[in-house]
Write a protein that binds this ligand. Structure first.
Ligand SMILES: NC(=O)c1ccc[n+]([C@@H]2O[C@H](COP(=O)([O-])OP(=O)(O)OC[C@H]3O[C@@H](n4cnc5c(N)ncnc54)[C@H](O)[C@@H]3O)[C@@H](O)[C@H]2O)c1
Length: 279
């Protein structure tokens, strides 16, 4: 049997850039990658939320491996500027995690009747596609090109969703006493973005394969984050495991997908949804 490197999950000496890194899962992705030994470039649109996220992640042996930079994924110049700043500081991005999205939260009243297809505005369509889909394209263009150019390769991981595989079940979002034509729904953009990310993943996986750039997608199921009881009961009934995910249950998958442990995995969508899409 050929010699195995002692730990293919070890990310010591590698740098991972995470978009939307100040959000609920972005911080978890960063924490998982830091635990595997990586340096992390945390990016998001607001400096304050980045400061909070960085403070949460910082511990004595991690401090020096965390950078935080404001970067708007919808703005090519903002991405190119950060690329140039990192390059000037001698930082090579080995792993790109396209995680940013506008994800209206069930609990925040984010899903209002304007989310309904009949009323959905062109502006909302444009804004959400710009972040979730165009943003992943622009970041992959800048950082993927650099990964391919110097021959050392890299990894692009697109964070999709179980809704890259199945349609939203709009019954989940129903509110008591609200007329049908005003019931909130998961917006059409979410399905389009998450399904689109799988196409982007396959495209990128083959485009630079000869330059050792791999691309995969992770499709998480819903994470429990204090949503109301009625919603949780309904979604639990759709999941064979009978529950939502805990916020830390994707960490090991992130470590696998962003390291040499997944060296022969390319162009795939890893669906971690408690079995929801199998039903
Ligand atoms: N939480 C879940 O249950 C769940 C389930 C499946 C998939 N996902 C996916 O996981 C990813 C992270 O989700 P989350 O729950 O952490 O969401 P979140 O809303 O907590 O985080 C998203 C982050 O993206 C940032 N962002 C928004 N616009 C941006 C822009 N223009 N440029 C840069 N950053 C921007 C936000 O500021 C935010 O910090 C998303 O792609 C989401 O669709 C989440």
């Amino acid at each position: 049997m050929a010699d195995q490197p002692s730990n293919r999950f070890d990310l010591t000496g590698r740098t991972a850039l995470i978009t939307g890194g100040a959000g609920l899962l972005g911080v978890e992705h960063a924490s998982a990658l830091l635990d595997a030994g990586a340096s992390v470039v945390l990016t998001d649109i607001s400096a304050e939320s980045l400061d909070r996220a960085k403070a949460k992640l910082a511990t004595e042996n991690r401090d020096a491996r965390i950078r935080a930079h404001v970067m708007d994924v919808t703005d090519a110049e903002s991405i190119r500027n950060l690329y140039a700043k990192l390059a000037a500081a001698g930082v090579r991005v080995d792993v790109l995690v396209n995680n940013a999205a506008i994800d209206p939260k069930v609990t925040s009243g984010g899903l209002v009747e304007t989310s309904r297809l009949e009323n959905f505005s062109r502006d909302q369509w444009d804004v959400q596609i710009a972040v979730g889909l165009t943003g992943a394209f622009l970041c992959s263009q800048v950082f993927g090109t650099a990964m391919a150019a110097d021959g050392r390769g890299g990894i692009i991981l697109n964070i999709a969703s179980d809704l890259s595989m199945i349609a939203p079940d709009q019954r989940l979002y129903r509110r008591e006493g609200v007329p049908d034509d005003r019931q909130p729904v998961k917006p059409v953009t979410y399905s389009v973005i998450k399904t689109g990310l799988i196409g982007l993943t396959r495209y990128l996986a083959t485009y630079w394969a000869d330059r050792a750039v791999r691309a995969n997608a992770l499709s998480p199921g819903g994470v429990f984050a204090g949503q109301d009881e009625a919603f949780v009961k309904r979604i639990n009934a759709l999941v064979p495991l009978g529950r939502m995910a805990s916020h830390d249950e994707y960490r090991a998958a992130i470590q696998f997908l962003c390291s040499d442990a997944s060296l022969y995995l390319n162009g795939q969508n890893i669906v971690m949804d408690g079995g929801r899409s199998a039903w």
